[in-house]
Ligand binder design. Sequence first.
Ligand code: DX5
Ligand code: ZN
Length: 217
Amino acid sequence: MNDNTIVSVSVLSADFSCIREICSNIETSGAEWIHFDVMDGVFVDNLTFGCPVLKAIHKNSNLVKDVHLMISNPIKYVENFANSGADYITFHYESYSNPIDTIDKIHKCGKKAGISIKPNTPVLAIQDLIGLVDMVLIMTVEPGFGGQGFIFETLDKVNQVRNIIDTNNYHTLIEVDGGINLETSKLVRKAGTDVLVSGSYLFKQPSMKDAVKALKG
Ligand code: DX5
Ligand code: ZN
């Protein structure tokens, strides 16, 4: 189990009437990363925000900006997100961009590359890409909405990716996203997760600081 679990706060559940306030709350919570869910209404059945909002967050926070692209042609937008303050750019294996070209493009922009799989996509699909990326994002809910219940069957995929990384001495991080709360955080940490994304759970707690500490164990 990783003793230095990173928490990436998903701003999908935040109240966007004051971006500066969101950023300062996250900064004082002890979370290291800000998770930014980009949805295009095509790859997933929801629309969220894009580069102008990321720029505003970047202006107000020095934390790592962890951009999760749930869009159908991610390679087309890599440069825009790289220039808007992204540190990690994660795209979906299931989207219509060639994964190797997309990873290369992210790296050429000087950013860390992540690849994500939906709950029904097996680890086998991305096995050969794990050594090429900086992070594997295992979706623990169907992408599209915050506040959904954790899909327990995805836990085994965390174990599988952990084994591949450890066996090959890769430096790739494992991130999980969806339905992370105090109970599920323990399970995914035990399975070998490095980065926990949490949105609705953290924004509902009276103290985000205490909740982040609890998620880290
Ligand atoms: C879902 C998003 C998640 C979402 C997580 O498609 O990728 O990042 O914000 O929200 P919670 O923590 O509420 O499941
Ligand atoms: Zn996400």
